[in-house]
Each structure stands twice: as C-alpha cells, then as structure tokens.
Write a protein that binds this ligand. Sequence first.
Ligand SMILES: *[C@@H]1O[C@H](CO)[C@@H](O)[C@H](O)[C@H]1NC(C)=O
Ligand SMILES: *[C@@H]1O[C@H](CO)[C@@H](O)[C@H](O)[C@H]1NC(C)=O
Ligand SMILES: *[C@@H]1O[C@H](CO)[C@@H](O)[C@H](O)[C@H]1NC(C)=O
Length: 776
Amino acid sequence: MGSVRRREMLCIRCLALLSLLEWCASHVSYSVSEEVDKGTLVGNIAKDLNINAHELEARGLRIVSGHTKRYFNVNFKTGALFVNERIDREELCGNTAKCSINTEAILDNPTHLHRVEVNVLDINDNAPTFLEKSYTLNISELAFTGEKFPLPVAQDADSAVNSVKSYKLSPNEQFSLDVQSGGEQGTISAELVLQKTLDREKLPEIQLTLTAVDGGKPARSGILHVVVNVEDVNDNIPAFSEALYKVRVSENSPLGTTVIKLVATDLDEGVNGELVYTLTAGGASKITDLFAIDPIIGEITIKGNLDHEENAAYEIRAQARDKGTPSRRAHCKVLVEVIDVNDNAPEISVSSVTSPLKEDSAVGTVVALVTVTDKDSGENGNAKAYLSDSMPFKLKPSYKNYYSLVVAGLLDRERRSHYNITVTATDEGNPPLSSTTTIIVQVSDINDNAPRFSERAMNVYVKENSQIGAVIYTVFAFDPDVDENSRISYSLLQSSSPVKSMVNINSDSGDIHSLQSFNYEEIKTFQFKVQATDSGVPPLSSNVTVNVFVLDENDNSPVVLAPYSEHGSVNTENIPFSADPGYFVAKIRAVDADSGYNALLSYHMSEPKGNNLFRIGTSSGEIRTKRRMSDNDLKTHPLVIMVSDNGEPSLSATVSIDVVVAESGSDIQTKLRHVPMKEESFSDLNLYLLIAIVSVSVIFLLSLISLIAVKCYRTDGSFSRYSAPVITTHPDGSWSYSKSTQQYDVCFSSDTLKSDVVVFPAPFPPADRGAQVTTE
Ligand SMILES: *[C@@H]1O[C@H](CO)[C@@H](O)[C@H](O)[C@H]1NC(C)=O
Ligand SMILES: *[C@@H]1O[C@H](CO)[C@@H](O)[C@H](O)[C@H]1NC(C)=O
Ligand SMILES: *[C@@H]1O[C@H](CO)[C@@H](O)[C@H](O)[C@H]1NC(C)=O
C-alpha cells in the first residue's frame, strides 16, 4: 500500500509542478484511488500552495466542494489533504472513463481561492454480472456445425481495464465460444459456436456455464447458466417391435376380437413421436374389409367374417406414421392364420338319379350317384354319408366320398309308389355337423296285377218285362296297376248262345245291357261269366260269375176256370127253395200265371151290393147261402163274382152267375151233378199256390241272407267302411233293403217303386260306381 502511495505522491508532485507551471499556483491537482481508507493522504496542500503549514489554521483554510459528502479534509498541523469519506468512483461518475472531484480551497487574509482537483482512480471493485442468472437457448438438433448463437453480455460497473475483458465457457463437446471485442464502445460479447451436431434423442439438454472475466487485478468474474434445449426435429423413423408378426385366429371369431396389438416406437418427441397406425391395403383390398386397426393404440381387430374355407391365411401390412413434418413411417407384416372350425356342414350332391325306377328292378341296380363334400379341413371335413331310414335301398361307397345308391330289396309299386330316400352326411368335427338331402325315386309300374272283382260271383235281380237295352248291372274290376296296366276291358266269357241273345256288355264301362225283355213265366234265372282284362303287355285277366234272377211281376190276370166262363157270359145255378143256411151253391175256380202274391187269388162278391142271402169264401171261392129262403125273396139272383190276385196293382176277373130258386127237387138234381161234392177240395189249388209262395219267399229270403252273409264275409280292408245292407220285412208282406246312409225300398208294389229293374249293388265306393238303383 505504501509503495502505491509513494508512487502516487511522486505523481502528485509532478502534477503539482506542472500545474504550478501551467495554472500559476492556484490550481492543484491530486489523484487518489477510490475506496481508500479514511485518513489516506492525498497530498500536502500547504506545500503545494506554498503556504506555511502554521498559517493554514490562521488563514482559515476551507475545502469546499459541490458534493454533499465531505470527501477530503486537511490536517492543519501538517497541511496534509486526506480522505475523509469513502469514495466510490462508480457512484460518482458511473462508467465514464475519467472521474474527478473538484473542490476549492479557500484561504483568508488575504483571500485566495485555489482549485483543487482530485482525480479518483478506478480500482477493480466490481465483478462482471449478467442480468439473469440463467439463459435458455433453443437450438434445433438439425443445426449445422459452425452455426453461432449469441449469448447475453455481462455488465461490469468498473471502467476501462477493470471492465469485462473476456468470456470463458465450461468444457463441453458441443460448443465453443467465440468472443468478439466490441470496437469503439469496448463491449465484449460472446457467441456459442456449434462444434458437433446435436441429437436430441441422445442429449436433449446441455447445461453450460459462461464466465465473464474483467481485466482487473486480481480479475473478477461473473457466471451465467446457459441451458441449451435441443429442439426435436423429426429425424427418427418409427420402428415396429418386429418386422413380421404371426398370429392364429379361429375362423368365425366374433367381430371386434383382438388379433394383435402392434407396438411401434419413435424416438422423437411430441408430434414427431406420435404415431398413427394404419393398414395398407397392399393389393388385397379385402384386408381392410376384414381387419381394422386402432390408429392410436395399434390394435388390430376383426371387422369382417373370417372364413377358413375362403382364405386360410391373410397377410396384413400395417404402417406406423408419426405426425411430424415431413412424417416418417414404418411398415410391418402380420401373418394371420385362420384356424378352421367346424362351421361347414357336409354338402351332398346327387346325380344320375334313375326315376322312375321299374318295380321289378333287381337288387344292386344303381339308382343315383351321391357325392359328399365338406369345405372344412381335417376331421371337420371328414364326412360320411348314410341312409337314415330303412328302405330297400343302400349306399354303396365307391371311393373316397363317392357313393352309389343301389336297390337292396324288392320294390312293389302297388305297395309304395315312391320313396323319399333321405341321405344324411355327418362330419367328424366337434360338434359334428350334418346335412340331409332327399332323393325322390318314383317306382314305375309293370303289369304284375290282374284285375280283381270284389266277389267271385254276383247276383243280379231283374224285374220281368224290363225294357230291352236297359242296364241290368254294371260290373267293376279293380286293377292296382296304373295306366295301361290298369285299363280294363270287360267281355262275356264262354257264353252260350242263349245268354248271348239275352245280355251284352259294354267293354269299357262294364254295363250289362239286356237284349230282351225277360218273362218270369219263361225264365227265372240264368248265369254267365264276365272277364276283365287289363291292357298291359302281356295282359292279365280275371273273371266273375253273374247270376241273374228274374223277378215276377203281376202281369197275368186271374183266369176263371170252367165250367164258368169269363166275364160276359151268363152261368146259371139252381138252388131249392128249402135250402138250409150254408147251402152250397157253386165254387168258382181261377188260376193266375204269375207266382207268389201275384198268383194269390181272392174272391169277392161284387154284385149285388149288400146281398144278405149269399156269401162267398174269400179264398175258397165257394158260394153258399146265408139263411133260408123266404117268400119275399126273388126267384132269380144275378151274382157277379170278382177274382183278384194280390199283385200290385191287383189284376182281377169277374164271372156272373144267376142263382135261380127252384121249387122242384128235379131241377136241383140236374144241376147238382155239375157241383163238386167236397168242400175240402176247394182249396187244393190255392194250397199249392200258398206252398209255392212260401217256398219262393223262403228261397228268396235264403238267397238274400246268403248274399248278405257272403258280403259280410268278403268284407276286407278296402270295403270295410261300407256297412252291410239291412233287410227289413214289413207286416204287409213288403220288405226293404237299406244301407246305413241310404235306404232303398224294394217293394213289390207299383206305388212305391216304379222301376223295372232292381239291382243289389256290389259294395263299391260310391265314387267309383254311380247310381245303384237303375230306374227307367
Ligand atoms: C424454447 O423452447 C421452449 C419450449 O421448448 C419455449 O417455451 C421457449 O419459449 C423457447 N424459447 C425461445 C427463446 O424460443
Ligand atoms: C315324399 O316327399 C313329397 C314331397 O317332396 C311328399 O309329398 C310325400 O308325401 C313324401 N312321401 C313320403 C312317403 O314321405
Ligand atoms: C275264371 O276264374 C277262375 C278262378 O278265378 C279260373 O279257375 C277259371 O279258369 C277262369 N275261367 C276262365 C274261362 O278263364
């Protein structure tokens, strides 16, 4: 310190001398360093002003300055000027290069005014400073080496050499420092110079320290934290975790099932590292129909139905693209293997179906070819075919999935005219799937059935006097075959010539016509055979016997026998006046060519009406007296007797007898010869007739009963729904034939039935046969 002061002192003297020379003694100049301690000597003002030190006090030396602070004071004993206050050059003068404190020394007796200039010398009392503690710099990682980045300038309150002289940078690999001197102004600035390319991904932030050093001795320094933010550029390509992914997915997986989650990474940050996943079609546009990718999380899901059969594998190309500009992208492949599940039922295809198939086809005849396919693979596609129902057919495997459907039993079209053959195919999947198809095989007819009559023999009842050409009966035969094989023609078989002259048959309809009018009195029954022949090749035939019974009609009037002739002639009988009551007068005899009731005769007295003298036996025909004659009675009694049969309508004959009452016995004697003696004989003829009636009725009833019995016996499945006919006999001698649904009154009275022909129909279905009672 002392040496410094000495040098200052010399300097002061030297300056003082100069000033004396220049400024006469009135201007004194000193120099003093700033920040010196109080009491530091600045100079001897008494000496420099050429004043005796002892006089100073006497002359009232005063140091006057414009400053509020009293920087200097004088020692009156020694005349030394010393520092009285701390002097801060920066406070006084700021950053100006020259700084001085101008004071005046005033002396009295005589008054002298001396200018005293004290130059304040700078010392390095201020360190360089930065306005902020740290400074952030954004530098793109793409910056080129050599690129410069200006840094903040440090401030130093000291002037000249004591101000900032240089900058230093903390050691680092990336940056160097370029310091420029500031020319006139003297400010020194620094710039960062990039030495090595930046990589945000390796070093996103660089911490540097900038030190500003001033030129003082010792030098002072200030530091600034420089933070270099390396700004990202999209310089990194996204990368998938693998270039090729392999996944297995079951077919028919539900939509939305995750296939895989792709992971791609991008080292960049922000949008440069934000990835968007997409599927690139890459040829197969189907991919985008079947798969979807979440653009953000990269999850691939199923969007469409995966079908192993359609495609067993898919190659998906995916892309990950960042959002930087320009964006960078990465690609990967996903191999999706579609695993088969048993989702396809076997398919059955049928070809070469032989239908219709002849009913006499031999066992082993190939009916159809059956092929089974299954789109699935492995066991899922292993399908076998079989017939579900038991049928006269079987599936014969030929090779692999080929089968032939062959006849395995006897066919009968009449029993079954078609077969719905159900073929089932089942695969071996779990669960197995199966499908069925039906082959319809029609069985074609061959002529293996002869026509059939419902009965061996038929009984036909025909009224006599029927019209010529009337249909007396219709035969019907049934043939279970079809078409030609069942087309039946009817013919009379081995008919003798009398039959040929009586009936004829319509070969198509089976109608049997009468060729003549039958007369019961001539022919009561005849028989012929009808043959039914089908049109098959060769034709088959069968026959039926037709028994025709002619039924009697009341077509003959009674005939009165001799001795009484018929109506018109007059017969006379004499009786004695004295005849007792019951006296036999005469017996009328008559015959009737008809039979049965038609021939059952009865006798009535038609004239005179209300006769109270004679009566006639209704069945015997005997005329007798009722009482004795009286004188009032007439001598002659004309009687008219009517003989009528029991037919419907009744036919009758009349005979007239005049009964003469004779007085003499001789008259009577002569007449008596002609009179039959026995009363018993009257009924001979009627007795025979009765017997005949009864026997015919019995035979008729028996044949009816047997007919019914045969019908009941013959009733089989096809006829069972038809009820057996019922025959009812009525008290008046008529009878009726009825069935459950209809009733035919077949009575021998012309009021109730006007038909000539009575037919007892064969019990065929009404649909097949028309009217069963033919009327004219
Ligand atoms: C530097 O980047 C940050 C964000 O990274 C930003 O907030 C700041 O303003 C940037 N500074 C300059 C000087 O651009
Ligand atoms: C066969 O199938 C047909 C329809 O295709 C049907 O009308 C017929 O009744 C079936 N036959 C049998 C015996 O099931
Ligand atoms: C009629 O049929 C019977 C058996 O139904 C047969 O025995 C007979 O020979 C046949 N008559 C003729 C002439 O064909």
